[in-house]
Design a protein around this ligand. Structure first.
Ligand SMILES: Cc1ncc(COP(=O)(O)O)c(C=O)c1O
Length: 321
């Protein structure tokens, strides 16, 4: 690990990602990215970075053989989300780091779903960590901000130079709000995890739910990997209803306490439909490849009383035929 962990705060996460990618990847090079990923990252890599002659492959990064297979002599960056938005797929950070470093590439990790309280990718070999501070770090749904963390002093200097050139740095008032939010981060994360576990178990036991994706459940395909590299499963859950998209619509329009809205990681519980909301801009073929089905519902479990969240979901599910 470098002598000091260095951070830089940006206006939002896409600025943070753009800054990190544009700083370390050059024209003619190749990036490997998790296929299940925050939707706009696909456009950023394919279109905006593509315009500068950068090539990208979206792969199933929980499968390390798939990462290895996608490597080309030009690969200089592997970018993963773990757990991934919205499928909750988990990638082994130390395995991905070993593959990247064995190839002379860097590993960057979007750690938004975990926050540094639950997962610290630098400890597992990542070179760059990116957080949307809009989510858990701020926690109160009143800021849009992002952060880039570099392990290496040289990378940090690159990021500073780039952010100077690009602009898009966070303003003082939003910095104040995020700093205020971080004071309660540890407490909030404890509650997000406790509530997440209760809601996930409730959903898993419900007869109208066909599948629950939550890394705190033993049924999660990468349960052991997540346990190894994190201190908790967090507050994000994805699930599918037996009645598919139509059932999902009924549920989302029937809940009262859970707000139908994008974003995540705030004190209030939010529910949303990735295929028509957060991941609507993603090409449908890639959505399908990544397992983001039209029936997938994502919930960001807040810090309210868990029984109230469950009661709201229960009455909503009762309206599903
Ligand atoms: C994993 C992940 N990264 C980044 C973002 C976007 O962050 P921001 O709203 O700060 O641009 C999201 C938003 O949902 C996300 O889920």
């Amino acid at each position: 690990m470098g002598a000091q962990i260095q951070r830089g705060a940006l206006e939002d996460l896409n600025h943070a990602l753009h800054l990190a990618f544009a700083s370390v990847v050059r024209t003619g090079e190749h990036v490997i990215c998790s296929e299940s990923v925050y939707g706009p990252v696909v456009g950023l890599l394919r279109e905006q970075m593509g315009n500068f002659g950068i090539d990208v492959s979206f792969v199933d990064t929980p499968d390390s053989a798939a990462i290895k297979k996608a490597l080309t002599p030009k690969t200089t960056l592997i970018h993963i989300e773990t757990p991934a938005n919205p499928t909750m797929a988990v990638t082994d950070i130390s395995e991905a780091a070993a593959i990247a470093h064995g190839h002379g590439a860097r590993l960057s990790v979007d750690n938004t779903f975990m926050s540094p309280i639950l997962q610290r990718p630098l400890e597992h070999g990542a070179d760059i960590v990116i957080h949307s501070m809009t989510k858990f770090l701020n926690g109160h749904a009143d800021v849009v901000a992002g952060m880039v963390v570099a392990k290496d002093e040289k990378d940090y200097r690159l990021f500073r130079k780039m952010s100077n050139a690009f602009g898009g740095t966070i303003d003082p008032f939003n910095s104040f709000l995020v700093a205020r939010g971080i004071k309660t981060l540890a407490l909030r994360m404890e509650r997000h995890v406790a509530n997440g576990m209760k809601v996930a178990k409730f959903l898993e036991g419900h007869p109208k739910v066909s599948k629950v994706m939550y890394p705190g459940l033993e049924s999660h395909p990468q349960y052991e990997t997540h346990r190894k590299q994190s201190d908790g499963p967090g507050g994000l859950i994805s699930f599918e209803l037996k009645g598919g998209v139509d059932a999902g619509k009924v549920l989302m329009n029937s809940v009262h306490m859970c707000a139908l809205a994008v974003s995540l990681g705030g004190v209030e519980t939010l529910i949303q439909h990735p295929a028509s909301m957060t991941h609507a801009s993603m090409d449908p073929a890639l959505r399908k490849q990544a397992g983001i089905t039209d029936g997938l519902v994502r919930i960001s479990v807040g810090i309210e009383d868990a029984q109230e969240i469950i009661a709201d979901l229960e009455q909503g599910l009762a309206k599903v035929k």
